[in-house]
Design a binder for this molecule. Structure first.
Ligand code: NZQ
Ligand code: ZN
Length: 387
């Protein structure tokens, strides 16, 4: 096991009705609140009304219309609102997109230049307003981590900022808020959770036995409960297990004692930067292709362990077991209604070279990932799932 620091300061309030804590918790930071939300789902399902009633004694200004794959222009709008209304605390109500936009706004308010500068030079990110969260879709883990991913629509770059000042101070996770999720969002959210766990699981370091077993449990939880939530959207047990899986899937717990750069995420971020596809959908296409591409004599033992412990494969031969595990992963994503080729989401070959070059330029995939992939290898991977 590698040395590690584990310090996650987010106060999690999990369970039905926990939103009631908002007035008392937000009042700790002040009375001026920026409420950040998306395209209107919270108005249709009543969460908006609940929150506005709870915050009746606060001065609330709103930033609505945060896009899935949130844009830099939304961050700039949020910064202007915070300055105009002297905002004390930001409340993100939604999923990764609203939370990430809120985190980026929070640290950009405390910086004099343009918010994109913070992506290019993280040393400029020194302070942030507090961000609180009411989670309405489980996928990214942003509710309990220090990352925020923003798309610069002028340059087609989708990049992350990350740092301890970006942890939400509070996250309300009420599984009943997931009941209105469309099937496709439940499915793509599940793929995202599983991808986070697999990105951390497939790393070079051995000896983090406990971390690997925890990871396998989170994966098995997704495999067990996602079909139940798809079948019965208001199944509390399924929704609550998936919600907690998303949070611990990317709150650093599953990376302790390990390390290395990720593979499928930098590749997928290019797809969603250039084609604005849903993050989990892109991952459902890329992940099995990546697994097939990196399976080798060096990696087959870990893939066989994954197959046996996650998918209950009983095959004794490592290579065959590994292949079975990969095909079961692909079949599971298909069973959730996810596509398996780029063609199905309208992506052709025209930008393969450019996206592969960008993935290499903007991440550690060519140097520090489980199996380093250069531009040519990523183009080959795109080809393998093209159609
Ligand atoms: O915008 P509204 O109308 O609210 O609809 C949203 C949106 O269309 C809808 N939705 C959310 N909760 C709902 C609901 N519809 C009905 N009922 C509800 N309860 O779902 C759609 C997707 O929402 P979004 O926030 O975009 O989803 P997600 O949580 O998957 O976030 C995706 C973004 O997070 C980034 C992704 O790249 C993407 O930009 N990521 C952030 C990470 C992080 N900060 O740690 C890590 C991830 O790997 C990821 O990159
Ligand atoms: Zn993700």
């Amino acid at each position: 096991m590698n040395r590690f620091q584990f310090c996650v300061p987010t106060d999690i309030r999990f369970g039905e009705g926990q939103v009631a804590c908002l007035p008392e918790e937000l009042a700790k930071y002040g009375k001026n609140v920026l409420l950040v939300y998306g395209g209107g789902s919270i108005k249709r399902n009543g969460i908006y009304d609940t929150i506005r009633t709870l915050l009746k004694d606060f001065h609330v200004c709103e930033l609505s219309g945060i896009e899935p794959n949130p844009k830099l222009s939304s961050v700039r709008k949020g910064v202007a609102l915070c300055r105009e209304h002297d905002v004390d605390v930001i409340l993100a109500v939604g999923g990764g997109s609203c939370i990430d936009a809120s985190k980026h706004i929070a640290c950009s308010v405390c910086y004099d230049g343009d918010p994109w500068d913070l992506v290019k030079d993280r040393s400029k990110m020194t302070k942030a307003l507090p961000v609180a969260v009411v989670l309405t879709i489980c996928a990214t883990g942003s509710e309990m981590n220090s990352g925020a991913v923003i798309t610069n629509e002028e340059t087609n770059e989708k990049l992350e900022i990350n740092g301890p000042i970006l942890y939400p101070v509070l996250s309300v996770c009420d599984p009943t808020y997931l009941y209105t999720l469309p099937e496709r969002q439940t499915a793509s959210g599940t793929v995202d959770i599983m991808s986070h766990v697999m990105e951390q699981y497939f790393q070079k370091n051995d000896g983090a036995y406990l971390t690997d077993r925890l990871s396998e449990s989170v994966l098995k939880t997704c495999i067990h409960y996602a079909p139940i939530a798809m079948e019965k959207p208001d199944d509390y047990e399924a929704r609550s297990n998936l919600m907690w899986a998303s949070t611990i899937g990317l709150n650093h717990l599953l990376t302790v004692g390990k390390g290395g750069a990720w593979s499928c995420h930098p590749i997928e971020h290019e797809l969603s930067a250039f084609y604005d596809i849903t993050h989990g959908v892109g991952l459902a296409i890329v992940t099995p292709a990546w697994m097939r591409a990196v399976l080798s004599e060096q990696t087959e033992a870990r893939f066989a362990m994954f197959a046996r412990n996650v998918w209950d494969v009983t095959e004794a031969d490592d290579r065959k077991a590994a292949q079975l595990g990969i095909e079961k992963t692909a079949a599971f994503f298909r069973s959730l209604g996810m596509p398996s080729t780029l063609k199905e989401v309208g992506i052709g070959r025209e930008k393969f070279e450019q996206m592969a070059a960008e993935a290499v330029r903007t991440s550690g995939i060519a140097a520090r990932s489980y199996v380093p992939l250069d531009q040519a290898a990523i183009v080959k991977l795109f080809e393998s799932c093209a159609e």
